[in-house]
Write a protein that binds this ligand. Structure first.
Ligand SMILES: Nc1ncnc2c1ncn2[C@@H]1O[C@H](COP(=O)(O)OP(=O)(O)OP(=O)(O)O)[C@@H](O)[C@H]1O
Ligand SMILES: [Mg+2]
Length: 293
């Protein structure tokens, strides 16, 4: 999951697709008196396989099953994070348990990875950007105020729910496996997503400590990708020289300027989540792209 230097992998767009032929070996689970039915694979992550599922109440769910050889501490940490960080814009955990050598997390099902949803025409992009900004930044505001860093903001960890006509309904944040509480003053080298790392991840001495501003940077990158339709792969050199910020400024719009501020290479100069949202809200029309939530 980590990426040290070199060219970056774009986990957001290269996610393994849904596989309707692949089912888990154990398809019925029972925990705390509730039965769960597991269906086909929805995604194959680096540490887990995510299966479509439902409980006997009829709730649409997914079951995230950690790979057998995955670090048990990571599962524990994700469960603890999902338990601590409950919020309407964060995927809700229904249950978590170990059974017959497997570790599971049962989660509300919420659409598809954001990176899989592309608008062909540029018209709706600004409105989609606003919708994504509102939800991700609201979630981040809550996470950051709790003293945590998400640490893995990328288009695979933001989920978008769509209507049958493919209109966006709402967006939520998932994958709290790398989230962690920050101890003020301490310098933590966070494990970070194999997406475009922020400048401080390469060079803390120049750009500041790795922490909440990294989430803001990654969110702005994600929103920039929405606006551009796709995001170039940045080299380490381009990142530390501020190429993403330049790209945002080249949009020559108020929205581009708001994103450029969040893409400032200096971590301490980036806005906090709610300030970035205010700038984006001011720069965009409040009209939602589709049916309201
Ligand atoms: N609640 C959910 N509803 C619908 N799809 C989901 C849900 N949770 C996860 N997914 C799908 O599974 C993918 C992987 O989930 P997640 O990121 O939690 O696992 P991971 O093993 O940490 O993956 P990675 O290492 O790629 O980040 C997501 O990108 C998404 O496509
Ligand atoms: Mg993930």
């Amino acid at each position: 999951m980590t990426n040290k230097g070199g060219r970056m992998r774009d986990t957001g767009t290269k996610l393994t697709q849904e596989d309707t032929e692949h089912f888990p070996e154990i398809r019925q689970l029972s925990y705390a008196g509730v039965r769960y039915q597991l269906n086909h694979q929805l995604a194959l992550g680096a540490t887990s396989t995510v299966f479509k599922a439902a409980d006997e109440w009829g709730n649409p769910l997914v079951v995230k099953r950690y790979q057998a050889d995955a670090d048990a501490a990571m599962w524990k940490k994700e469960v603890a994070n999902l338990h601590r960080l409950r919020h309407p814009r964060i995927i809700f955990m229904h249950a978590a348990f170990e059974q017959q050598g497997w570790r599971y997390i049962v989660l509300e099902r919420w659409g598809v990875a954001f990176g899989r949803f592309k608008l062909k025409k540029p018209q709706g992009r600004e409105r989609l950007c606003r919708l994504a900004a509102r939800s991700t930044l609201e979630a981040l505001h809550y996470i950051h105020r709790a003293g945590y860093v998400h640490g893995d903001m990328n288009p695979g960890n933001v989920l978008i729910k769509l209507t049958e006509a493919n209109k966006p309904v709402g967006i939520k944040l998932c994958d709290l496996a790398l989230a962690q509480a920050m101890v003020p003053g301490s310098r933590i080298k966070l494990k970070v997503a194999a997406w475009n790392p922020a400048p401080e991840w390469y060079d803390t001495a120049t750009f500041g400590a790795v922490g909440q501003p990294m989430d803001i940077y990654h969110t702005a990158l994600l929103l920039l990708e929405v606006l551009l339709g796709e995001l170039p792969v940045f080299s380490e050199e381009e990142i530390v020289r501020g190429a993403p910020q330049r790209l945002a400024l080249d949009l020559h719009s108020q929205l581009g300027e708001a994103l450029a501020l969040a893409l400032t290479p200096q971590a301490s100069e980036r806005p906090v989540a709610v300030a970035l949202w205010r700038a984006i809200a001011k720069a965009t029309s409040p009209q939602l792209p589709a049916a309201k939530q």
